[in-house]
Design a protein around this ligand. Structure first.
Ligand SMILES: Nc1ncnc2c1ncn2[C@@H]1O[C@H](COP(=O)(O)OP(=O)(O)OP(=O)(O)O)[C@@H](O)[C@H]1O
Ligand SMILES: [Mg+2]
Length: 395
């Protein structure tokens, strides 16, 4: 199964591109599902049809699912929601309803990724196309398996032990409800699910993130940053689709001439930053881009006779290599100034990397646990973090 995620700044054309791609894939015979994690629910608008809160069969080889997070909360997360609710009551706060839990950030994402897991296990689809909310939200999705797993791995056993002790010693005196075994099991399940999602997301032969951009300076800048962070999260970005390009005739229109000249400059910036990933997408259309026929036209303009499921690049952003006495963590970090980078060793097996406002935890392989950081340097767009092996004398 292949997972293709489209992301980009607000309004650039993510939903349209995702829907167009899904139609093309279905036509090529791939069993396809088009999913959206955007709570704005725009897939229905784009496809010009009404969608419910479960999977809708649209045509041969094409299903659509718009995540309805309140529905998901009520049906799949009830144990946890009940516990959080009881906990809040015990603390003198009001209960929390499924509706309120649903507005917690990132919930759509987590639900969507759990569906991806399920589809992968059941072998239901050849391709999952994922339309996302604008960049900021999606970056949270992309970082969460790492950050959350760290807390769950390290923090949870501790809490669990404390809870067991509390249960044994103070029992009813404590007015804080202890999580039931069902809640603990639900949390274990989530953890398990997240580990599997992480494997899928970080396998460049299975998952790809494609950026959608418009030839406008602000949009390009934000997209460059998104590319940096996605690489940092070890997600393979393998294509950039330029949508809403003014056609050459625009240079003859008095009204559009200046915009067209700006666009030429911006296209040059896009090429210098992203080649060879750039795919010329869909020009600015004259009429509303809505419904199957228009979306098929968009797909033709983007992919021609090509196959959108093709793997354009398999290069993983993060690698572990050995060189002489050194083990090296190599992370692709395009457009980053070395002054922006800070490194921390959290514990023997975890390296934390800060870049700008983002931080990631890199899980070091076993062989590197006893190594010491011995400097870091940029080579092109790659940060090389060197570790020196420490040999203990056991005599
Ligand atoms: N190439 C194009 N030509 C003309 N109109 C377009 C083009 N691409 C997208 N649009 C229109 O622009 C609007 C926004 O597109 P779309 O919903 O696909 O963007 P989005 O990135 O998903 O937005 P959001 O960030 O709000 O989710 C829609 O009305 C869509 O029909
Ligand atoms: Mg959208």
């Amino acid at each position: 199964m292949r997972l293709i995620i489209y992301t980009g700044k607000g309004g650039v054309g993510k939903t349209s591109t995702s829907a167009a791609t899904a139609f093309r894939l279905a036509e090529l015979g791939y069993r396809t599902i088009l999913m959206s994690t955007d709570s704005a629910h725009s897939l229905g608008d784009s496809l010009d049809m009404k969608l419910g809160n479960s999977i809708t069969h649209v045509r041969e080889n094409l299903d659509v699912l718009e995540i309805d997070i309140i529905y998901e909360m009520r049906n799949k997360w009830s144990d946890i929601q009940n516990y959080v609710s009881a906990f809040m009551l015990s603390q003198g706060m009001g209960e929390i309803s499924a509706e309120e839990m649903a507005i917690l950030p990132g919930m759509e994402m987590i639900s969507a990724l759990f569906y991806v897991n399920q589809f992968d296990e059941q072998g239901t689809y050849d391709v999952v196309v994922m339309d996302t909310a604008p960049t900021g939200e999606t970056l949270r999705l992309m970082s969460f398996p790492d950050v959350t797993n760290w807390y769950l791995d390290r923090g949870f056993p501790v809490i669990r032990r404390l809870m067991k002790i509390a249960k044994a010693t103070v029992g009813k005196i404590m007015d804080m409800p202890l999580p039931s075994d069902e809640v603990m099991e639900s949390i274990e399940d989530i953890k398990d699910n997240m580990s599997r999602v992480k494997v899928i997301l970080e396998d460049p032969t299975r998952t790809t993130v494609r950026l959608v951009v418009n030839p406008e300076k602000m949009v390009i800048r934000e997209t460059m940053r998104a590319y940096t962070y996605l690489s940092l999260y070890n997600k393979n970005v393998e294509a950039l689709i330029v949508n809403r390009i003014l056609p050459p005739e625009a240079s003859e229109s008095e009204f559009l001439r200046e915009r067209f000249a700006e666009q030429e400059e911006n296209m040059a910036l896009i090429h210098s930053a992203f080649d060879p990933m750039v795919i010329k997408g869909c020009p600015m259309m004259r009429t509303e881009l809505r419904g199957e026929e228009k979306l098929r036209e968009m797909a033709r303009l983007i992919y021609g006779d090509g196959d959108p499921a093709a793997v354009y690049s398999e290069a993983s952003p993060m690698r572990f290599v050995t060189s002489g006495d050194h083990d090296i963590v190599e992370i692709r970090m395009p457009f980053v100034d070395s002054k922006e980078v800070e490194l921390f060793r959290l514990d023997r097996s975890t390296l934390m990397v800060h870049v700008g406002s983002q931080k990631i935890n890199v899980q070091l392989p076993d062989v590197m646990m006893d190594s010491e950081i011995d400097g870091a340097e940029f080579k092109g767009d790659k940060l090389l973090i060197k570790f020196r092996r420490v040999y203990y004398d056991h005599r």
